[in-house]
Design a protein around this ligand. Sequence first.
Ligand SMILES: [Cu+2]
Length: 212
Amino acid sequence: MTDTRSEFHDLQALYLPVAGAVLLIVFGTTAFALVRYRARPGRVPRPTREHHAREAVIAAVIAAIVAVLLTATYRANDQEAKANRAPGFAVDVLAFKWGWQFTYPSLPGVVDRSGDNGPAVLHVPAGRRVRFHLTTRDVVHAFWVPAERFKRDAWPDHPQTFDLTFGPGGAWGGHCAQFCGLKHADMVFTVDAMSGGEFRAWAARARTGAGA
Ligand SMILES: [Cu+2]
């Protein structure tokens, strides 16, 4: 999966009407019962009766809705976790207390790291599939880009592989999403998604800088 935004947008479009309908039914029947069956002088409540057939139908309908939601959710999660067979531009992400390091296997020597110059910048080509390898040097962190609707834990001994595609020309914020100690809140980075030409120019500059 590369575009996690569309995947989860579709999922939200399924959940929202169901949640809305449940809200209307619950609040509606409660309000109706409050008004219609409120206590009045001289009124005696009718004894309740069992409605086995009706209750069985309602249970079946609820079970069917849950089954649809579960299937759609697992399918979206599965799509998100699946790395494409053809890896795109590769980035190795190393999380550490308390920063990020981005290296690029196709650009040897080029390193973007959090440090004195501020948060690390992750450079990626826009509109192209980017293959990530994510791990951590110390404790568990999490790679989170809210604009991509993507979050993944970083484990010390279990590197994670996933694909993402970033929209054209933009800079987005990224955070560590797993409380990891004193400076957890400072563990941020920026994603700089550049168009093809811009990206090639950056790669050429970065490579020259790395060689120097
Ligand atoms: Cu962290």
